[in-house]
Design a protein around this ligand. Structure first.
Ligand SMILES: *Cc1c(COP(=O)(O)O)cnc(C)c1O
Length: 369
């Protein structure tokens, strides 16, 4: 038995500290935003090497507000990927704009920069790459194309807290970076949470206004805003977790390295991080030609597995009106049939990694026979 995720294991490590912080937050009666959230914003901005952090109530809200702050609206197009969680696409639609997909790179599984220029039209306003599974998209060419065409870049870093590209942190390269603190993410609240980071003070000001009803002062609403504020209790939880995020990230990376070493023998394709990147392994995915068989066999053996993601956004019924179909993004579509995510978290023990690998090895031998 190896669970896919074990949130209890992390909770046990921080139980006294986090319980005291939550009680303090309740005692303070600062239930929405407030000092815990402000402290968290300062610490998370620093962690991302960004000038500003605005805490909100989900990663989806972070994406929505980043798009609005960049003046993305109806009649605009946003270039993004279909190999992602649906929230990336949903946020573009919330802003009134149209998502335009490009395929991903077959090695890194993130936005293929070579395909961006062909997707640019006079209506294109922004590029929204996704740091899938915790590996940052190829930001240099993306930024170069964006600057040449006057486009805003918004990083979907919901899976990439602390990831790096050529020494620069996720969220700090684009004009804005968006994070999720959904409980299962690398930095998870005890409920919903998210944040926008930026080093542009004007964009930061806009996001701060939009998340809190567009209020410049109480009952002085200067823009039509939203109720997207972070709870004080979540700020308190995240402040405790900020003390551990680096150690937890290194724990994930160690587990990934452990998998890498074992899997090299089995000639199975796993995640490949370019030498200039720091992958933070929100997901450790394999690419397997006979994925479905392997998936059910591992499940039978008591190994927690997942697929991130089995149906690309452009083939989801909910987004059929965008007009895409089978065959439009061949790499994305192939990955959706081949991806298989293994258990990964900081507390995963090397014996557990060995158990997962030995189950895979059995299947592999059977498949090869
Ligand atoms: C989790 C996630 C989101 C949405 O974040 P929520 O906090 O769940 O709203 C957006 N994009 C990606 C890539 C995600 O993984």
């Amino acid at each position: 038995m190896v669970p896919f995720l074990d949130l209890k294991a992390q909770y046990r490590q921080i139980k006294p500290e986090v319980e005291a912080a939550v009680l303090r937050a309740i005692e303070s009666t600062q239930y929405v935003l407030g000092p815990e959230v402000t402290t968290f914003e300062r610490r998370f901005a620093e962690y991302c090497s960004a000038g500003h952090c605005l805490a909100v109530n989900s990663g989806t809200s972070a994406l929505h507000l980043a798009l609005l702050a960049a003046d993305v609206g109806p009649s605009d197009e946003v270039i993004t990927v279909s190999m992602t969680f649906v929230a990336t696409t949903a946020a573009v639609l919330y802003s009134g704009a149209t998502p335009v997909f490009v395929d991903v790179d077959p090695i890194t599984w993130t936005m293929n920069p070579d395909l961006i220029e062909a997707a640019i039209t006079p209506r294109t306003k922004a590029i929204l790459p996704v740091h899938l599974h915790g590996l940052m998209a190829d930001m240099d060419p993306i930024m170069e194309i964006a600057r040449r065409h006057g486009l805003t870049v918004i990083e979907d870093a919901a899976q990439a807290h602390g990831a790096e590209y050529k020494g620069r942190r996720a969220g700090s390269i684009g004009d804005l970076g968006c994070f999720s603190f959904y409980p299962g993410k690398n930095l998870g609240a005890y409920g919903e949470g998210g944040a926008v980071v930026t080093s542009n003070p004007e964009l930061a000001r806009k996001v701060a206004l939009l998340r809190d009803w567009g209020q410049e002062a109480k009952y002085n609403h200067v823009v039509a805003g939203y109720n997207y504020r972070m709870d004080g209790v979540q700020g308190a939880v995240l402040n405790v977790k900020m003390n551990y995020i680096e150690a937890w990230t290194e724990g994930r990376r160690a587990a990934a390295l452990d998998y890498d070493r074992h899997l090299a023998r089995l000639s199975i394709t796993g995640p490949r991080q370019p030498s200039h990147s720091r992958h933070v392994y929100h997901v450790y995915a394999l690419c397997l030609p006979r994925r479905d068989e392997t998936l059910s066999a591992l499940q039978e053996a008591g190994i927690g597995v997942g697929i991130h993601y089995p149906v690309p956004v452009h083939l989801q019924k909910a987004y059929a009106s965008l007009g895409y179909g089978v065959g439009d993004f061949p790499v994305t579509e192939r990955l959706a049939t081949q991806f298989l995510s293994l258990p990964i978290y900081s507390e995963l023990q090397s014996e557990q990694v060995a158990e997962v690998v030995s189950q895979l090895e059995k299947l592999h031998l059977v498949a090869a026979a």
